[in-house]
Design a binder for this molecule. Structure first.
Ligand SMILES: [Zn+2]
Length: 195
């Protein structure tokens, strides 16, 4: 889709808004770019040169309707890698329970990493014993930190990835992709590239 500059201007305020996305903002995201964007550029949260299908993201009609999380469909046991440098502040890897029942809500294996700007990244639904880091560990961008799985509240094997800013607000972030630096759109495959 070809977007007019007007659309870009109209959506500059996007990051100051809540998780609710206006149609304008979503149109802008479909271009994968915003003007004068100085936000941090993440690496995709899996191994370099591997690619996965993004099935949920902003404006998805599925369960993340008003969230800004990313869900990558992923065979259990796929390598999960740090999307950015940070320190592990939460890690759980002892669960083998998962499914679409509320009783599984607390059973999701996961890693939470805090970055230098106070934002955090959450990597969720990891495989049992598929967490390779501990609370307090320093991790570097691209480091292999775990294996994907299907634990917790989940319908199928996937990685749930989300970023919250220092105030706890969920935000969208951009990534290096084969086609340049982009905000991601559901329905596309994204290969992890490091620049
Ligand atoms: Zn999810």
């Amino acid at each position: 889709m070809k977007l007019l500059p007007l659309v870009f201007i109209a959506s500059v305020g996007f990051f100051e808004t809540s998780a609710q996305l206006s149609n304008r903002a979503v149109m802008d995201l479909k271009s994968g770019r915003r003007p004068d964007d100085t936000s941090y550029v993440y690496w995709l949260p899996y191994a370099e040169d591997t690619k996965f299908l993004l099935i949920q993201a902003a404006n998805s009609k599925m369960s993340h309707r008003n969230e800004l999380s990313l869900d990558f469909k992923m065979r259990t046991g796929s390598k999960i890698c740090a999307a950015r440098d940070g320190i592990v502040i939460e890690a759980k890897g002892d669960s083998d329970q998962g499914g679409l029942k509320e009783e599984y809500l607390n059973d999701g294996n996961h890693i939470i990493i805090r970055h230098t700007d106070g934002s955090i990244a959450k990597y969720w639904h990891l495989q049992k014993d598929g967490v390779l880091v501990q609370v307090g560990d320093t991790v570097t961008q691209g480091q292999h930190i775990g294996y994907s799985g299907n634990t917790g509240y989940t319908a199928f094997p996937h990685l749930h990835f989300q970023i919250n800013d220092a105030k706890g607000k969920q935000i969208l972030t951009r990534f290096f992709t084969r086609r340049g630096i982009k905000y991601l759109r559901p329905g596309n495959w994204y290969k992890c590239v490091h620049d």
